[in-house]
Design a protein around this ligand. Structure first.
Ligand SMILES: Nc1ncnc2c1ncn2[C@@H]1O[C@H](COP(=O)(O)OP(=O)(O)OP(=O)(O)O)[C@@H](O)[C@H]1O
Ligand SMILES: [Mg+2]
Length: 262
C-alpha cells in the first residue's frame, strides 16, 4: 500500500541540549542508532527531554552539541517525508476528515487527487471508512487521534515521530489504538520513534524500549523486546512481557521515581 519511500534510519550521536536562558540541561550525551523500519519506544519520567529529542530529530530544535542524521543526512531543517503525531491531535476544525488528511500533500505541492485513494485506505485500516466527510468536532477523541495518525502517514513518510499520541485517551481506546498502530506498522514498516509514559504500551509496541533517566535525560537502558508479531493484547499477561515490565519498573525504582511508601 505504501508508495515507495524507503524507511529511514536515525543516528543520534552524543546529543546534548542545554536551554541556557532557563539554566536547564534537557539532554546529556544521548547516543542511539535506529535501524530503518524499526519501532523504538522512548520511556522516561516527565521533563527528561523526550519531546526535546523528538523535536531535534524533526529539525524543529537544534542540539547544543552532537549530531542527528536521518537516512545518513545530518538534520539541519525538518527532513522530507516526515510524519509527526502529537499528544493533542492538531486537526483543523473547519476541514473535513479527508481534507485534513490532504494537508501534508498540499504543503508539499503534491498531487491531491492521487493521494485520495491512499487516504481512504488508511482511514479504512483504522475503522473510519465512511467518515471522510465528517468534521473533527463530530468525532470522539480516539477517532480524532486515528485521523491524526492517518494524516501523518498519508504522504508515505520515511519516519514517523509520535509524542505521547495516546496520552489523552481512556484505557480501552488506548488499547484499541495500540492494536491499530501495530497493524499499520506491520503493513507499512515505517521507522517509528514513539514516546510514552506507559511501560506496557512501550513494551507492547516496540522492537526496543529506550529508558531515559531523569533530567538531564540520558539513556539508562535499552531493552530488546523479543515477542513475535502480530502481538495480541493478551501477551501483556505473559511471562516474557512481565519480565520486561519488571526490569523497567526496577530501573525506575532505582532512580527513585516509584516509591510505595510516602
Ligand atoms: N524551549 C525551552 N526553553 C527552556 N526550557 C525548555 C524548553 N523546552 C523544554 N525545556 C525544558 O527541558 C526539559 C525537558 O523538556 P521536554 O519537554 O523535552 O520533557 P519531556 O521528557 O518531553 O517531558 P513530558 O514527559 O512531561 O512531556 C524540561 O525541564 C523543560 O522545562
Ligand atoms: Mg514531552
Amino acid at each position: 500500500m505504501s508508495v515507495g519511500h524507503e524507511a529511514a534510519g536515525i543516528r543520534i550521536d552524543r546529543v546534548t541540549r542545554v536551554f541556557a536562558d532557563a539554566g536547564i540541561t534537557a539532554l546529556a550525551e544521548v547516543s542511539l542508532d535506529i535501524r530503518p523500519g524499526e519501532f523504538v519506544s522512548i520511556l522516561g519520567p516527565s521533563g527528561c527531554g523526550k519531546s526535546t529529542l523528538l523535536r531535534c530529530v524533526a529539525g524543529l530544535d537544534t542540539p547544543s552539541s552532537g549530531v542527528i542524521s536521518v537516512a545518513g543526512v545530518p538534520v539541519t531543517a525538518p527532513p522530507e517525508h516526515l510524519g509527526i503525531v502529537f499528544q493533542r491531535d492538531a486537526l483543523l476544525e473547519w476541514r473535513s476528515v479527508l481534507d485534513n488528511l490532504m494537508l501534508p500533500i498540499e504543503f508539499r505541492g503534491g498531487d491531491v487527487a492521487a493521494a485520495r485513494g491512499r487516504a481512504r485506505s488508511l482511514l479504512k485500516m483504522v475503522g473510519l471508512e465512511g467518515f471522510e466527510g465528517r468534521y473533527p468536532a463530530q468525532l470522539s477523541g480516539g477517532m480524532r487521534q486515528r485521523v491524526a495518525i492517518c494524516r501523518a502517514l498519508v504522504d508515505d513518510p520515511k519516519l514517523l515521530l509520535m509524542d505521547e499520541p495516546f496520552g489523552a485517551l481512556d484505557a480501552l481506546t488506548r488499547d484499541q489504538l495500540n492494536i491499530e498502530l501495530q497493524r499499520l506498522w506491520l503493513a507499512e514498516h515505517k521507522t517509528v520513534l514513539f514516546v510514552t509514559h506507559s511501560i506496557s504500551e512501550a513494551v507492547f509496541l516496540a522492537d526496543r524500549v529506550v529508558v531515559f533517566s531523569p533530567r538531564p535525560g540520558s539513556i539508562a537502558d535499552v531493552i530488546e523486546v523479543d515477542i513475535p508479531r502480530p502481538r495480541r493484547l493478551a501477551v501483556r499477561t505473559g511471562e516474557r512481557f512481565h519480565g520486561y515490565s519488571t526490569r523497567i519498573r526496577t530501573l525506575f525504582e532505582g532512580m527513585g521515581l516509584l516509591k510505595e511508601d510516602a
